[in-house]
Design a protein around this ligand. Structure first.
Ligand code: SAH
Length: 352
């Protein structure tokens, strides 16, 4: 059995030709699933009955169920979705989280690319129990469809900033981007998609080479290797110079602006001196810095700086002409930081 949402139109053609069926039906099947979100082969009225029977034997077709939902006073909604099915090999049932945010321009959804994560960032709840498994491209797309259905909204922007490291699940990330961009399906513009990485240089270069006009965000969180190594395990393997070389390659190849995420942690990376060092490091680079005070995770022991320190940090960057915004924090009261809800639920389960 395979998950029906994973197949691209090309792969449906391949399947149909293997089964000696008419390959022009590929686009039709894809449209039923990704365009009209029909999760029942019986209802695909333009497919021959015999083919519908075959499809039922070969494919699992369903959207993930909502296992938990939290709504914060600012309207942000967090969903815990149950992915996988016992009939799918290597697709054990697992919960992942997505966060739906309302902006003036529409709804933006933050999706997960892996269940758990193996990157080991010390402030992040997603990685506390390591990587459970990769998600498939179809499972990533399914998060959008399930939330659109549950919240009765249309999502116009998607960020891959939930659990997991998307560049550590490269092939499925590419599948996901192709599936949600397809005009027979969600038809989402690449420009409305952001992919966030902790900074894997080889993959940053490959991403540039794909030429997809997707926004790239990089979790930098420090102005130098010494500090970065204290909070991000990846910094032990990849130094800042190597990371910045890859960023410069990306910018020169695509002419696109990189978003640098900078988490502010009290008295760790938030001094004026560190803001100055960051400005120096980013001088002349086509980029934008998103500053966000850390959302404390109990197990991690980091705390949020005072408002004065946050303002000082942002002002220092501004004075040095670094384009910077303080990211609007949403859903703080509902454990909206990466992996918090999932972690809490799994703990409750073990305590029970
Ligand atoms: N692995 C990717 C994407 C997932 S993390 C990456 O590292 O970018 C998405 C963003 O949430 C990253 O910028 C990450 O550093 C941030 N994040 C993780 N834990 C957080 C916390 N406790 N508070 C605020 N942001 C957090």
């Amino acid at each position: 059995m395979r998950y029906a949402l994973d197949l691209t139109i090309e792969e449906w053609k391949h399947y149909l030709s293997e089964k000696q069926e008419k390959t022009f039906l590929a686009a039709s099947i894809f449209r039923w699933i990704h365009g009209r979100r029909v999760m029942d082969f019986n209802a695909m009225s333009d497919l021959p009955l015999k083919l519908r029977e075959k499809l039922k034997e070969d494919f699992y077709l369903a959207l993930p169920a909502v296992a938990a939902e939290q709504v914060s006073p600012d309207g942000t909604r967090k969903y815990l979705l149950s992915l996988g099915n016992a009939s799918l090999p290597d697709r054990s049932v697992t919960d992942v989280e997505c966060v739906l945010m309302k902006y003036r321009f529409g709804y933006s959804l933050c999706i997960s690319s892996q269940a758990g994560c193996r990157m080991g960032c010390r402030f992040c709840a997603s990685t506390l129990n390591g990587l459970e498994r990769n998600l498939t491209g179809g499972e990533m797309a399914a998060q959008i469809y399930a939330v659109e259905q549950a919240a009765q909204v249309t999502v116009s922007h998607v960020v891959v900033m939930g659990c997991g490291e998307p560049f550590d699940n490269w092939d499925e990330l590419m599948r996901y981007l192709s599936v949600i961009h397809s005009e027979e399906g969600k038809n989402l513009s690449y420009r409305n998609i952001t992919v966030s990485t902790c900074g894997l240089p080889e993959k940053i270069r490959s991403f540039a080479d794909t030429d997809l006009p997707v926004t790239l965000a990089i979790s930098l969180h420090a102005p130098n290797d010494l500090i970065r190594r204290k909070i991000m395990r990846i910094a032990g393997a990849v130094d800042m110079d190597t990371l910045m070389d890859a960023c410069r390659y990306y910018i020169s190849r695509t002419n696109r602006r990189i978003t640098f995420e900078y988490l502010l942690i009290d008295h760790l990376n938030d001094s004026k001196k560190e803001a100055e060092e960051l400005a120096e490091r980013l001088k002349g680079l086509l980029c934008h810095v998103n500053v966000i005070p850390v959302n404390p995770v109990e197990e991690c022991g980091f705390s949020r700086p005072s408002e004065a320190r946050i303002a000082d940090f942002v002002n220092t960057l501004e004075n040095r002409h670094v384009p910077v915004t303080r990211r609007r924090e949403m859903g703080g009261s509902i454990d909206a930081a990466c992996g918090q809800l999932r972690h809490k639920q799994s703990q409750q389960r073990t305590e029970r």
